[in-house]
Design a protein around this ligand. Structure first.
Ligand code: ADP
Length: 256
């Protein structure tokens, strides 16, 4: 059912360990995302955002609940979504070009087939001259761009991005946010984006899902009705400030 309830998370729970040692990471999380939407997940540290993504990526079994993509369960089935972690996980012994093509080449797709798209994306992301360099020769922002290109090249329609810009300075982060918005608009992906930065969530998203303190539960699923394309000066509009204050109050209550 394209365009309608494309991705459904249903009553998802995860408890690590058992008895006295049990940690209830997330509890009864349900939400739906339509195809092509940009949804940010916002919550205090330790509320289970990475747990949720690991389950959605098929890498971790939930204690209960289900995740449906186009009506099919993807629980315990890796390979249905693209997943980018906060750490770039580039292989230090491979060039940037080889790193961005990694997922495809591991699947046996010939390099000459992947290379044109890889190079076009690297050009778009300002890495055109860096394909022959190695990860430790690049800045943090450049490495994150390479990791993002690698995630895009997986050709999955759903991308899970776990705090991809969390470790970057404010200026680099702003540039990468703009770049991500352009790539998202051009590539028609459905993006779920974990962040603990309220402004970043509002700037990028169509929707924001707010999670509670552990065990993570859905506090609110709000729609961001700000016009697109968005530039950083949208942060000074009254609607942006209203939403920021609302989310900030909610998260402050959770942390205290
Ligand atoms: P977040 O990404 O929001 O910071 P996590 O999903 O990493 O949260 O963790 C949620 C909770 O589950 C935390 O209290 C964390 O310590 C706990 N947790 C995460 N992974 C494990 C694990 N493998 N074993 C036990 N507890 C874990």
């Amino acid at each position: 059912m394209p365009g309608n309830e494309y991705l459904r998370v249903l009553h998802l729970s995860k408890t690590y360990g058992a008895g006295q040692e049990a940690t209830h990471a997330i509890q009864d999380i349900s939400f739906t995302v339509d195809r092509g939407r940009f949804l940010s997940i916002l919550g205090p540290s330790g509320c289970g955002k990475s747990t949720l993504f690991n389950i959605m990526a098929g890498l971790l079994s939930p204690t209960g609940g289900n995740v449906l993509l186009n009506g099919e369960s993807i629980v315990g089935k890796p390979g249905h979504v693209g997943y980018m972690l906060q750490r770039d996980l580039l292989l230090p012994w491979r060039t940037i070009e080889d790193n961005v093509m990694l997922a495809q080449t591991l699947r046996g797709v010939p390099r000459r087939q992947v290379r044109p798209r890889a190079r076009a994306l690297m050009q778009k992301c300002g890495l055109a001259g860096d394909g022959d360099r190695y990860p430790d020769q690049l800045s943090g922002g450049m490495r994150q761009r390479a990791a993002l290109i690698r995630t895009l090249l997986t050709d999955k329609d759903v991308l899970l991005l776990d705090e991809p810009f969390g470790a970057l300075d404010a200026i680099t982060r702003g540039k990468l946010q703009q770049m991500l918005m352009t790539l998202w608009e051009e590539n028609h992906k459905t993006i779920l984006f974990v962040t603990h930065d309220i402004e970043e969530a509002l700037l990028l998203s169509d929707e924001v899902l707010v999670l509670s303190h552990r065990p993570g539960q859905v506090l609110e699923h709000l729609t961001v009705e700000l016009p697109r394309p968005r530039r950083s000066d949208i942060m000074f509009t009254s609607e942006f400030l209203r939403l920021r204050s609302h989310l900030s109050d909610m998260l402050t209550r959770e942390v205290t």
